[in-house]
Design a protein around this ligand. Structure first.
Ligand code: GDG
Length: 466
C-alpha cells in the first residue's frame, strides 16, 4: 500500500489531548490505514528562535508522523486571516460583500504554500500519494510540481465551490483556478460543486471536461469527482446513546441547532424563521424552545464580531417579545460545548434546524440523524444549499433565506405524525450509514490511485510573479 502524505491547515494534536473537528477525525482514519506523514500548522505562531516554515517539526507516532510548519505572525495574518478567511471563505460562500482583498495577502498566501512545498520536498518518496486539503492550501501542488514532484496528487475542497461570476470577482482567481489544475484528482463534496467548477473551467480557462468529468491540461489528465464527507457513524451513535441525559430545553418539543458562529451557517435567518414560527403559532407558547449552540470562531475577523452582536440582539429581542417568567423561547449558548454533550443534545432534539446559506457538506445534519432514537425520531430541517441535502433528501428541505419556509417546516416538524417521522428517519439513516467516514477516504484514495502517473513535463502556469 502506498504511503500517504496529507497536508491540511489543521493537524491533530500529537499528544492526542485536543478534541478534533470533523475533518481531522475523517483524515485520521485514512492515516491509520496508509501510514505516512500528516503535515499541518503548529498551534501557535513562531517565536523568532523557532524554525521557519522551511523546516518541518516532526512528531513520530506509532501509526503515522505529524509534521508541523510554523507561521510567523505576519504569515498567519496574510495567509490565514486575510486571504484564506477574509477572501476565499466569504467568496466561496457567496459573500462577496465581506471580502477584504487589501494589501499583499495573496502574495503571502502563495508564499506560505511554496515554503510548505519546499520544506516537504526532501521527505517525499516516489510512490507516496499526496492529498492536500481545502481552500487554504490550493497552490501547494503547483509548487511541488515546480520542484519536480511527479507523484499522484489529490485535492479535496471541503467548502462549496462558487458560481462563475463570483470566482471572477476574487482577486487572483485565474491563478487560483490554474492551481486546482496541478492536481491529478480534484474532489468536491457534491455534484452541484462539480457542475459549478466545470462551468468556471470552461469560461475562464477554456477547458471542457468530458462526460466522465476528465480534462486535459499541461499534458496531464485531471479527474474531477464528488466524494461526500461523512462522520464516524458507530462512534457518534454510541456517544449519543451514552449522553442522552443532556436534554434540550423544552422537554418533548425541543428544537436544537449546533453551529460554529459563522455567517455561512445562517443563524440570523434561522432566528428570524423561528420568530416567524412563534408569531404564527401562539398555541406553542410555553412549549417549544430553540436551543442554539453557537461555538465561537474566528473572533478576530470583524465580520464575525458583527455577526455575534447581531445574533445576541436578535435572541434578546425574541426572548423579550415572546418569553416570560416560566419560558424563554431561545436558549442561546455562545460557548464551545463538549463533543459528548453535543451528541446528547442532538439525541434529545425533536427537531434540528440545519439551515446554512451555503455549506460544503454540513456534518451536524448527519450527526443528528445518527443520534436519534429510530423508534421515536426527531425531524431534520435542512437547507437546500447544504451539500448534505443531496444525500439527505428525506429531510424537510427549506430555503434558508425564506423565514416563512423555516417557520412552516418548524411547525411541520413538531406536529409530524410518528409514522412519517419514522419513515423519513429510516431513509435518512440508511443514507448516512451507506457512506460512513471510512468510505469517504477509501473512495477518494482509490480514485487517486487509479489516476495515471504524471510523466509529461510539468505545467508552468501556476507561477505567479510574487
Ligand atoms: C467544513 C465545511 C464540511 C459544532 N459546535 C460544536 C461542535 N461542533 C461540531 C459539529 C460538527 C462540526 O463541529 C461542524 O461541522 P460542519 O460540517 O458544520 O463543519 P465546518 O466547521 O463548517 O467545516 C463543511 C466540513 O468542513 C467537513 O468537510 O461539512 O461544509 O464548512 O461535527 O458537531 N463540537 C463541539 N462543540 C461545539 O460547540 N465539540
Amino acid at each position: 500500500m502506498n504511503r500517504l502524505i496529507v497536508i491540511s491547515h489543521r493537524a491533530p494534536d500529537p499528544a492526542g489531548l485536543k478534541d478534533s473537528g470533523g475533518m481531522v477525525v475523517a483524515l485520521k482514519n485514512a492515516m491509520q490505514v496508509h501510514k505516512g506523514i500528516w503535515v499541518g500548522c503548529a498551534p501557535t505562531t513562531r517565536e523568532p528562535d523557532q524554525p521557519d516554515i522551511a523546516q518541518l517539526d516532526f512528531f513520530h507516532g506509532d501509526a503515522f508522523d505529524i509534521a508541523y510548519y510554523h507561521l510567523s505572525e505576519d504569515e498567519h495574518a496574510g495567509f490565514y486571516t486575510r486571504y484564506s478567511n477574509s477572501v476565499i471563505w466569504p467568496a466561496f460562500h457567496g459573500r462577496l460583500d465581506l471580502i477584504d482583498p487589501e494589501g499583499n495577502s495573496f502574495a503571502t498566501y502563495n508564499n506560505v504554500a511554496r515554503k510548505i512545498a519546499q520544506a516537504l520536498r526532501p521527505h517525499i518518496r516516489p510512490d507516496d500519494l499526496i492529498w492536500v486539503q481545502d481552500y487554504q492550501l490550493i497552490p501547494v501542488a503547483g509548487h511541488l510540481r515546480a520542484l519536480g514532484v511527479r507523484n499522484k496528487m489529490g485535492f479535496f475542497l471541503h467548502i462549496p465551490f462558487p458560481a462563475r461570476d463570483v470566482i471572477m470577482a476574487i482577486p487572483h482567481s485565474q491563478i487560483m483556478l490554474r492551481g486546482f489544475c496541478d492536481y491529478d484528482l480534484i474532489g468536491f463534496q457534491s455534484k452541484r460543486d462539480i457542475e459549478k467548477f466545470s462551468i468556471a473551467l470552461r469560461s475562464l480557462l477554456d477547458v471542457t471536461p468530458d462526460s466522465n468529468n476528465r480534462f486535459q491540461r499541461g499534458g496531464r489528465t485531471i479527474q474531477i469527482g464528488h466524494f461526500p464527507i461523512s462522520i464516524d457513524v458507530e462512534e457518534f451513535s454510541r456517544f449519543a446513546h451514552q449522553n442522552g441525559n443532556h436534554c434540550v430545553e423544552g422537554g418533548s418539543k425541543g428544537i436544537i441547532a449546533v453551529d460554529r458562529l459563522d455567517y455561512s451557517k445562517g443563524l440570523l435567518q434561522r432566528l428570524r424563521g423561528f420568530r416567524q414560527f412563534l408569531a404564527d403559532h401562539p398555541e406553542h407558547y410555553g412549549q417549544v424552545t430553540l436551543t442554539q449552540i453557537a461555538q465561537p470562531t474566528r473572533e478576530h475577523i470583524p465580520a464575525y464580531r458583527s455577526l455575534k452582536t447581531e445574533v445576541e440582539q436578535l435572541v434578546s429581542a425574541i426572548n423579550g417579545q415572546y418569553g416570560g417568567v416560566e419560558w424563554v423561547p431561545v436558549h442561546y449558548v455562545n460557548k464551545r460545548v463538549s463533543r459528548e454533550r453535543v451528541a446528547g443534545l442532538l439525541r434529545s432534539g425533536k427537531g434540528c434546524l440545519v439551515t446554512p446559506l451555503a455549506d460544503g457538506m454540513n456534518l451536524v445534519a448527519k450527526e443528528f440523524v445518527v443520534a436519534q432514537d429510530p423508534a421515536d425520531p426527531g425531524v431534520l430541517i435542512l437547507s437546500m444549499f447544504a451539500g448534505a441535502s443531496e444525500e439527505l433528501s428525506a429531510a424537510l428541505l427549506v430555503n434558508p433565506y425564506d423565514t416563512g419556509s423555516i417557520a412552516a417546516a418548524t411547525e411541520r416538524a413538531i406536529s409530524m405524525p410518528i409514522e412519517e417521522r419514522r419513515a423519513r428517519h429510516a431513509d435518512l439513516l440508511k443514507a448516512v450509514q451507506s457512506n460512513s467516514i471510512g468510505d469517504w477516504s477509501r473512495n477518494y484514495l482509490a480514485a487517486l490511485q487509479a489516476q495515471a502517473i504524471t510523466t509529461a513535463p510539468q505545467p508552468v502556469e501556476f507561477r505567479p510573479k510574487d
